[in-house]
Design a binder for this molecule. Structure first.
Ligand SMILES: [Zn+2]
Length: 108
């Protein structure tokens, strides 16, 4: 992931359209690159700040950016955890199938 990729992915990030791998890379670059943190802030300001101006609500950009990033990484972690559980269940199922197969062989 470089800065150009990061900037290209901002719209997809905002729309929550990145897959787990992309989101992981995006968030890693966000943490490592001050320039891109700023870029994301500006982009969010442009996209959301205007909404806030229209509704007349106050707008804390830094908080908004932090919240967005925190929520995204939380979602990513949750998804990865689910994947791990699914993978474990699959292994257990395979294990049971193998054990059943071995038992059948013993019976025969
Ligand atoms: Zn960057």
């Amino acid at each position: 992931m470089n800065c150009r990729n990061f900037r290209d992915m901002i719209p997809a990030f905002e729309a929550d359209e990145l897959d787990d791998e992309q989101l992981g890379a995006f968030l890693t670059h966000y943490r490592e690159c001050a320039t891109c943190r700023e870029d994301l802030s500006i982009q969010l300001l442009v996209d959301r700040g205007l909404d806030h101006l229209e509704t007349g609500k106050s707008f804390n950009l830094r908080k908004e950016v932090e919240q967005t990033v925190t929520e995204s990484s939380r979602r990513l972690k949750a998804r990865r955890k689910l994947e791990k559980i699914a993978y474990t269940l699959e292994l257990v199922t395979v294990g049971i199938a193998l054990a059943a197969g071995a038992a059948m062989l013993l019976i025969w």
